[in-house]
Design a protein around this ligand. Structure first.
Ligand code: CP3
Length: 344
């Protein structure tokens, strides 16, 4: 089924065209803050959920049905590219993602596979099922991790506080780091093109841990590869969103990679940042997700403050500066979305 969304709020805002109100979706909108998520999660492992198209579609549809957001995001994870390249990936409660065979030496890097779209076919299958479920109601966002962020998990073997081993590779063995990043970038380009072919309406690239890098290192080890990926997409009318934590610093450089939208963290005034970006680049953001823990009165005030500031601007997509935390009350998320849709 072809889900043509060019007249939807979300796609119009992503291309900086006028809309009657700003569209809303939230990173991690299909996740642990929902009891309906746990009803599924209690029966399957996280990777089983990602790899079974019907289940991935069920989870993708939870916020569509329960929250009324303006875009759905594919239920998957940024680390599936690392797994397809040969990473031994697992997710355990309380531990988070883990690669049992970390990538630390030249031999490790050389052993990683490229040309692995056949191992990611389950994602294409999930996209097709989701589009059947959406029936053209709202657009579907596909996604992938940016090379630096995926590299950090492969090198560290999991989550990290300081990215010590990853940064050591960048600094002591830059050629090896570039070899690894090039391989991830090639796999990511193929993977996003697979998602386009399967029918996504937009794409987001997640560089969650970019804020660990200095400006020069971000430029050399992250930005360059995101630019390469975006240039390699068979995008037609598919907008690309570039997300990182650290965007309050890096956004002007992120814009040079030619995304349609830059997703902004909560450290900066969104309108000031939009004005620093080239005309025609939309912004997505940028409520501090912690606001969703606060009283409803505060939630409304802070949403109004942001919307008053962005009033009259084309190219504004509401989102959080980062994902919803698992213990944020569902009611508060639902309330925030109602407030946003009713804002005048
Ligand atoms: O946004 C959505 O609702 C779509 C699905 C999605 C997930 N992960 C589901 C998920 C998306 C877009 C991601 C991206 C992702 N995965 C990122 C980038 C976004 C960000 O938050 O910065 C990162 C860094 C990852 C890696 C990853 N996967 C982490 C750090 C974790 C959580 C570990 C933990 O226990 O806190 C995951 C697991 C994960 N990905 C869950 C979900 C719903 C939780 C799995 C569970 O139920 O245990």
């Amino acid at each position: 089924m072809i889900n043509n969304q060019k007249d939807s709020l979300f796609i119009k805002a992503a291309f900086s065209e006028p809309t009657e109100r700003p569209p809303v979706w939230m990173m991690r909108q299909a996740g642990r803050f929902m009891k309906e998520y746990w009803e599924i999660k209690n029966k399957y492992s996280f990777l089983e959920m990602c790899k079974t198209p019907e289940i991935a579609a069920d989870v993708t549809m939870l916020p569509v049905d329960l929250l009324g957001i303006d875009a759905a995001i594919l239920f998957s994870d940024i680390l599936v590219t690392g797994e397809a390249m040969g990473g031994d990936l697992s997710f355990n409660q309380g531990v988070g993602p883990r690669f049992a065979n970390p990538v630390r030496t030249k031999a490790d890097v050389e052993n990683l596979a490229t040309g692995v779209n056949d191992r990611l076919q389950y994602v294409a299958d999930a996209i097709k099922v989701i589009q059947q479920r959406l029936q053209g109601s709202i657009p579907l966002i596909g996604f992938a991790g940016a090379p630096f962020t995926v590299m950090s998990y492969l090198v560290e073997g999991g989550s990290s506080k300081d990215f010590k081993l990853t940064k050591l590779m960048l600094h002591n063995e830059p050629e090896l780091a570039h070899q690894l990043l090039s391989k991830i970038a090639a796999v990511t380009t193929d993977y996003l093109n697979l998602q386009i072919e399967a029918g996504v309406n937009a794409l987001q690239i997640f560089d969650s841990w970019a804020m660990a890098l200095s400006w020069d290192d971000y430029n050399e080890f992250s930005h360059r590869y995101i630019q390469q990926i975006i240039a390699g997409l068979n995008r037609k009318d598919i907008p690309v969103i570039s997300f990182c934590k650290g965007s309050s610093v890096f956004a002007p450089l992120m814009a040079e990679a030619k995304p349609d939208v830059v997703s902004i963290d909560w450290n900066v005034d969104l309108l000031d940042m939009k004005r620093r970006l080239p005309a025609g680049i939309a912004v997505q953001g940028n409520l501090d997700p912690h606001i969703l823990y606060a009283d409803k009165k505060v939630i409304k005030e802070r949403i109004y403050r942001l919307f008053d500031r962005m009033k009259g601007e084309n190219g504004f997509i509401f989102n959080l500066g980062h994902g919803i935390m698992p213990d944020i009350p569902f009611d508060n998320v639902k309330y925030a979305i109602e407030v946003i849709k009713e804002y005048k």
